[in-house]
Design a binder for this molecule. Structure first.
Ligand SMILES: O=P(O)(O)OC[C@H]1O[C@H](OP(=O)(O)OP(=O)(O)O)[C@H](O)[C@@H]1O
Ligand SMILES: Nc1ncnc2[nH]cnc12
Length: 153
């Protein structure tokens, strides 16, 4: 079944409660970067970043960002895709949270981890609203922890 977070956004209390759960978890962890994965990581990431006093860094699909980028490829069920991040927006040694709406196979989040680690940013954790555990996506995240709110099985 396709898991859709847009209904959550129609309920301001549920949406706020969702953001607050992430904010409570990450507010005192010295995180200076919230990296959001296009497209739906752009919905959850900015309010979390503002609340914890971190910058928001978009991780975009290819050829969307205007400046110089670094990119990482990841595998899909059929073929591959890429995500990109602007060069110079994060510094070595910064601590980052990666946020997306959903983890399925884990390919997208694993590419996001690689992008940040290539520039020596420490990925504290990945966070999603929904996990599809039967796809075992968290096994592709190596030693990185994954925090999720909902089992989407
Ligand atoms: O764990 P994975 O198997 O990598 O899948 C998860 C990703 O797939 C969906 O995005 P999608 O690729 O459909 O892109 P979109 O949000 O731009 O439509 C979802 O929002 C995650 O970003
Ligand atoms: N929103 C979604 N629901 C179910 N499977 C997915 N795989 C990637 N995105 C998905």
């Amino acid at each position: 079944m396709f898991q859709d977070i847009t209904t959550l956004l129609l309920d301001p209390k549920a949406f706020k409660d969702t953001i607050d759960l992430f904010v409570e978890r990450y507010r005192d962890q010295n995180i200076s970067v919230v990296a959001g994965v296009e497209a739906r990581g752009f919905i959850f990431g900015p309010p979390i970043a503002l609340a914890i006093g971190a910058k928001f860094v978009p991780m975009r699909k290819p050829k969307k960002l205007p400046g110089p980028v670094i990119s990482e490829e990841y595998s899909l069920e059929y073929g591959t895709d890429k995500i990109e991040m602007h060069v110079g927006v994060v510094q070595a040694g910064e601590r980052a949270l990666i946020i997306d709406d959903l983890i399925a196979t884990g390919g997208t989040l694993s590419a996001a981890i690689r992008l940040l680690e290539r520039v020596e940013v420490q990925v504290v954790e990945c966070a999603c609203v929904i996990e599809l555990p039967e796809l075992k996506g968290r096994e592709r995240l190596g030693d990185k922890a994954l925090f999720v709110l909902v089992n989407g099985s």
